[in-house]
Design a protein around this ligand. Structure first.
Ligand code: HEC
Length: 123
């Protein structure tokens, strides 16, 4: 029946009409780093270090010393080995993550590339 064939063609068309090239199957190294930076296994780095690792104010409060701020530092200037060391240690505010060296490298590369794309100036 013609209708049945038409239906089959419709269902199969995405596979026939647009065969994916080999590298379209995979996300790029940049996207992988972005994904890890935004959704690591734990709290998003973006929350405390900003979109491109430029740093940001996490919280502001008042105490006996007056106005206080908790800051997520600018991490764009960090070397890869510093970043790996930081990710594998315990901190006061930053949670402990369990990322592999390859995952940290992907985040590191993403931050470098992102800063370049945004053309943000280093402090
Ligand atoms: C809850 C807020 C928070 C989150 C989420 C967070 N950080 Fe941090 N990070 C900090 C703070 C604050 C520091 C400074 C050390 C401290 O006081 O904990 C820091 C320090 C660092 C350092 C070391 C900077 C230095 O001066 O040596 C690196 C690198 C870093 N963070 C990367 C990351 C990455 C990558 C992620 C995500 C996987 C992340 N952080 C998630 C708050 C955060």
């Amino acid at each position: 029946m013609i209708l049945k064939r038409l239906l089959l063609l419709l269902i199969l068309s995405p596979f026939i009409a647009s065969p994916l090239s080999a590298d379209e199957d995979f996300i790029s190294h940049y996207e992988y780093g972005q994904m890890l930076y935004t959704y690591p296994r734990g709290v998003s780095c973006v929350e405390c270090h900003g979109e491109a690792g430029e740093g940001k104010v996490i919280a502001e409060f008042r105490d006996i010393h007056g106005k206080e701020q908790i800051i997520g530092p600018d991490i764009r200037g960090k070397r890869l080995d510093e970043m790996i060391l930081a990710m594998n240690s315990y901190h006061d505010i930053m949670p402990r993550y369990y990322l592999t060296d390859e995952e940290i490298k992907a985040i590191y590369d993403f931050l470098k590339e992102k800063s370049k794309r945004m053309n943000v100036r280093r402090k």
